[in-house]
Design a protein around this ligand. Structure first.
Ligand code: PEP
Length: 249
């Protein structure tokens, strides 16, 4: 049985004051979440402070990216070893904002993914199509190629050590959520594609949905057989909303 994971992607939001309020609120209410694991992915600079604020509460910590290299002359990058030192369990990799705004290619994302695993960090690998691609009926091809880049680099066993997040680009931060049926169809495609390579990996891997998930739509999305949690942007910035998504599982 796959456990549900609800992970918050804070993106470039927050301040020292606001993260204290946010983590305080999540800590206060985390006892109400019994059927899901919860994780937060703050901006890099806040990771040490968030670690302190979490204390012994059952809230996992993740980053929003990770360098594809171990150390050295890579200005502006953060290594897996550094993230490990601050207790990061997860790293979001290949978020559509990294792909589209910062030009991260499938090859770079595959290399970042490999380095996360090498450092003992669980990648949350984001895949998803744009609106144009959906309308052109190439969603499965696009998502398939994004997965193939990682499988080609690291092998199918590596997928068994990661979390996948299906995030239709047109649903991220737009308030337009994929319907439960639309999301389930792509999740089933992903699991089927993996099953053709390794049924054990396909059965075990957590596939999260991301794209305007909120307390109002979470229960129906999370009830789909192949949706194993959520990657939450906007709604992860309010403790009550984030917890409400967790309790919908
Ligand atoms: C995201 O950025 O991963 C995301 C899903 O954002 P939002 O929930 O705001 O659509």
């Amino acid at each position: 049985m796959r456990r549900t994971l609800i992970a918050g992607n804070w993106k470039m939001n927050g301040s020292l004051a606001s993260i204290e309020t946010l983590i305080g609120g999540i800590r206060d209410g985390i006892g109400s979440v019994s059927n899901a694991d919860m994780a937060v992915c703050p901006p890099f600079v806040y990771i040490p402070r968030v670690r302190e604020l979490i204390g012994d509460a059952p809230i996992a910590l993740g980053s929003q990216n990770i360098c594809d290299q171990a150390s050295g002359a890579f200005t502006g990058e953060i290594s897996g070893a550094m993230l490990k030192e601050f207790g990061c369990r997860y790293a979001i990799i290949g978020h559509s904002e990294r792909r589209s705004l910062y030009g991260e290619s499938d090859a770079l994302i595959a290399a970042r993914f490999a380095m996360a695993l090498e450092t003992g960090i669980t990648p949350i690998l984001c895949v998803g199509e744009t609106l144009e691609q959906r309308e052109a009926n190439v969603t499965e091809q696009v998502v398939g190629e994004q997965l193939d880049a990682v499988i080609g680099h690291s092998g199918i066993d590596a997928i068994g050590q990661c979390v996948i997040a299906y995030e239709p680009v047109w649903a991220i931060g737009t308030g337009k959520t994929a319907s439960p049926e639309q999301a389930q169809a792509v999740h089933a495609f992903i699991r089927g594609k993996l099953a053709a390579l390794d049924t054990g990996v396909a059965d075990a891997v957590q596939i999260l949905y991301g794209g305007s998930m909120n307390p109002g739509n979470a229960a129906e999305l999370l009830a789909q057989p192949d949706i194993d949690g959520g990657l939450i942007g906007g709604a992860s910035l309010k403790a009550d909303d984030f917890l409400a998504i967790g309790t919908s599982a």
